[in-house]
Design a protein around this ligand. Structure first.
Ligand SMILES: Nc1ncnc2c1ncn2[C@@H]1O[C@H](COP(=O)(O)OP(=O)(O)OP(=O)(O)O)[C@@H](O)[C@H]1O
Length: 371
């Protein structure tokens, strides 16, 4: 897919902004704090309705503005699409080709993006919550039904946790209430686990191949799903559902005592191994960074497999972090097949000889000028 233009109004430090992005590689250069990341973030938000770096939508609205408006023209294999997203204190509204979408899950997925930013190192090094967010954002953009399942699951989880904190949870009528929630939470939980499982299996296959290429065959990367509920991949949903319910009944007293739900996908994790050693604990900074890169490049392939064309690649200030060899590997991955947006503070840190036909833009205080 190819983003032909992007427009922003009242988005962070972009008051009124329109840009044609006719090149397959677009490089944005500028000193710190000018709006380079904001621009890549805007493309990401236009696609996924959420930022990669904040949970707080109101942070995206310009300080002196009431609402942020984002719009873009996208060329896809099956025709062009106009996307529009508005964000205000009252929530978000999304339009595809001028038609308002009742649910955001009906909008997400029209445009696919993969962002690689310095903070992605945290997917490897950081807390399990960051890895779950990664899974949710990535699976959600290729499977709208996953977004629905996860939203429902989180709603029920919140209600159930609130209830577990009340004295009523410990008595017999409370127990009946919990049984109702158990069925619901297990129902959505199993769907989420199954979808995560199949996504991770495919991601693993691509990431292993890509990582081996980046490291000249020296390293074997393994990605493993660590669900809070044991689930052999071949197990049917109905069997998993029984196991989920059984586990919930086993931990019931503990849950009432601690006032929180102890079983379910909200406690899942992802594990990374290089040559059988866990990367989070034993990997060098370089290995952790390469793992994150392999993961992102695997996503490009996985999305192509799922939706039939490559997503848009956003590289926020990451080229300068890679050595020349890895930079070249990365450039060869996207060159001539994936439309890519790159930010950097200095052009000298980008191996420009390897990139053909790039459009170069200067970014200063929320304005962008083509060179
Ligand atoms: N909601 C907002 N409204 C207006 N301006 C904002 C808002 N949020 C952030 N900014 C401004 O955006 C600028 C930061 O932009 P951005 O994060 O894109 O920097 P950058 O050019 O990528 O720099 P770096 O190279 O340091 O990452 C800062 O000047 C900040 O004050």
């Amino acid at each position: 897919m190819f983003l032909k233009s992007i427009g922003l109004s009242g988005y962070r430090n972009y008051a009124d902004f329109e840009l044609r992005t006719d090149s397959s590689v677009n490089i944005f250069i500028g000193p710190n704090a000018q709006g380079k990341t904001n621009l890549l973030e805007a493309i990401y938000v236009l696609a996924l309705t959420k930022s990669h770096r904040t949970h707080q939508d109101k942070e995206l609205i310009g300080w002196d503005k009431q609402q942020a408006l984002l719009y873009g023209e996208l060329d896809k294999k099956y025709g062009p699409i106009k996307l529009q997203l508005s964000i205000s204190q009252n929530g978000k509204k999304a339009k595809l080709n001028g038609l308002e979408q009742k649910k955001l899950s009906g909008y997400v997925g029209a445009m696919n993006v993969v962002m690689f930013a310095p903070e992605d190192l945290e997917i490897v090094k950081g807390s399990p919550g960051i890895r779950r967010r990664f899974l949710d954002m990535e699976i959600g953009q290729v499977q709208p039904s996953y977004l629905y399942d996860i939203t429902q699951y989180q709603k029920i989880l919140l209600q159930r946790n609130n209830f577990l904190k009340t004295p009523a949870a410990a008595n017999s009528s409370g127990s009946a209430m919990l049984d109702v929630w158990n069925e619901q939470i297990a129902g959505y939980g199993v769907k989420i686990i199954k979808k995560r499982q199949s996504f991770i299996e495919k991601l693993q296959q691509w990431a292993e191949r890509i990582h081996s290429g980046i490291t000249n065959g020296q390293e074997q990367l393994l990605i493993r799903y660590a669900p809070s509920l044991e689930c052999p991949p071949e197990e049917a949903e109905a069997v998993l559902l029984d196991q989920f319910m059984l586990k919930l009944s086993k931990v019931k007293e503990q849950e009432v005592r601690r006032g929180t739900t102890l079983v379910g996908p909200h406690r899942d994790d992802l594990l990374f191994y290089i040559n059988d050693k866990e990367v989070q604990t034993f990997g060098s900074q370089g290995q952790q960074r390469t793992t994150a890169l392999s993961l992102k490049l695997a996503e490009l392939e996985l999305i192509r497999e799922e939706v039939g064309e490559y997503p848009i690649l956003l590289l926020d200030d990451v080229l300068s972090e890679l050595d020349r060899y890895r930079q070249t590997q990365l450039i060869e991955t996207f060159q001539d097949k994936v439309q890519t947006f790159i930010t950097t503070t200095g052009i000298e840190s980008v191996n420009l000889d390897k990139i053909s036909g790039a459009a170069i833009f200067q970014v200063r205080s929320g304005t962008v000028v083509a060179e």
